[in-house]
Design a protein around this ligand. Structure first.
Ligand SMILES: [Zn+2]
Length: 372
């Protein structure tokens, strides 16, 4: 339990025991535990003949992850929030896109080696998913487990179709402001977006994991197996229609199965992990986070089959970029006359929303709408 005390400067500070024995932080990938180091090594292996096999259909959510919701080890109940249709779909046909991770190699030739590198991440993700889904003794967790949990959550969060769409909206805005920036959408270079996005995943992986490390692991359990998941399965609940950035989010939710979710929260209690039975309010929090956080498809376990058809569709709204001008920087400093600070946020709506000042500093970016 946290201890509260008042520091000499008058701030009320709370201190919580660190149950891990050392500071949980990868230092941007410099300080890795065993499994994380092995994963990093596998990711940095040069593409070899074996992993250059030409796999065309790329899954951005692993099939093994989705299979936890399956009723026959093959298919899951899904709600298509665009078509408003519910049906059973095989996990091999969900969250999949042709050449999603296809990139141009240093020799100028396009290849699919990245997809095979992601296989290592997928294997770790499914291993960690199972471990936390079956965890009984939180004290048995090691720093290694914690680090790899945060790495797989970070990787899953960044690599979805939703993240590519949101970043494409932002890239269109940047491209409209500065001719030196390039739109992600380029007919002459169809692999440009996948190249930028895929490179970004690897570059951002460890620092994204560090944003998660240091949070409290909570495991919420629902004996009625009502937790759904979706095609963007790392969830940050929207607050008043805005999605808080990872750094300031109170909770980051990763469904493990219909029975369990991992929640990385800001409520440190000094334990490695806290396992608790979810209240109906918490079950509702997860369901709403899934329904608002999905890109298109919602996946539910067998007990929710009837409920799926009644889930709220939100009329096609989903996460979009929001741009606003401010006279102040995020640190609160006033920007000198002739300038402004553009705030980039994610909101829940039908299209990107850019409302910028009339000081003649910005170019309109109608191309953003291509990625709605
Ligand atoms: Zn402005």
């Amino acid at each position: 339990m946290p201890n509260q005390f008042t520091s000499p400067s008058g701030w009320t500070v709370s201190s919580v025991r660190n149950p891990w024995g050392q500071v949980p932080h990868t230092a941007g990938g410099q300080s890795l535990t065993d499994s994380a180091r092995k994963l990093a090594d596998r990711l940095h292996d040069r593409p070899n003949a074996e992993n250059m096999k030409n796999v065309r259909r790329h899954h951005y959510v692993p099939q093994g992850y989705l299979r936890r919701w399956s009723f026959d080890n093959r298919r899951v109940w899904t709600l298509d929030t665009v078509a408003g249709k519910f049906s059973a779909i095989g996990v091999k046909d969900l969250c999949v896109e042709e050449n999603f991770h296809r990139v141009v190699g240093p020799d100028g030739n396009p290849h699919n080696a990245v997809e095979t590198m992601f296989t290592s991440v997928d294997e770790e993700l499914c291993r960690v998913q199972k471990m936390f889904d079956q965890l009984r003794e939180p004290d048995s967790l090691t720093l290694d487990d914690y680090q790899i949990l945060c790495v797989v959550i970070a990787a899953q969060r960044i690599r979805t179709k939703q993240q590519r769409r949101v970043h494409s909206q932002y890239a269109e805005w940047l491209a409209a402001q500065a001719p030196s920036m390039k739109s992600w959408f380029d007919l002459d270079d169809p692999l440009f977006a996948s190249g930028i996005h895929t490179e970004g995943v690897f570059r951002a992986l460890w620092s994204a994991a560090d944003v998660l490390l240091g949070r409290q692991i909570e495991i919420w359990e629902d004996p009625s197996a009502r937790f759904p998941t979706c095609d963007a399965p790392v969830l940050v609940p929207f607050i008043k229609g805005r999605r808080p950035p990872l750094l300031s989010a109170h909770q980051i939710i990763w469904p493990l199965s219909p029975n369990r979710v991992v929640v990385l929260s800001n409520d440190l209690v000094g334990e490695k992990a806290v396992i608790r039975q979810a209240s109906s309010k918490q079950v509702g929090t997860v369901r709403d986070a899934v329904l608002q956080g999905r890109e298109r498809m919602v996946v539910a376990g067998v007990t929710q089959r009837e409920q799926l058809a009644r889930y709220r569709l939100y009329g096609g709204r989903r996460v979009q970029v929001e741009l606003r001008c401010s006279e102040r920087t995020p640190q609160g400093e006033r920007v000198a006359a002739g300038g402004c600070c553009v705030r980039f946020r994610e909101w829940f709506g039908i299209k990107p929303d850019a409302a910028l000042c009339s000081r003649g500093l910005h170019q309109p970016a109608p191309e953003m709408l291509k990625w709605t």
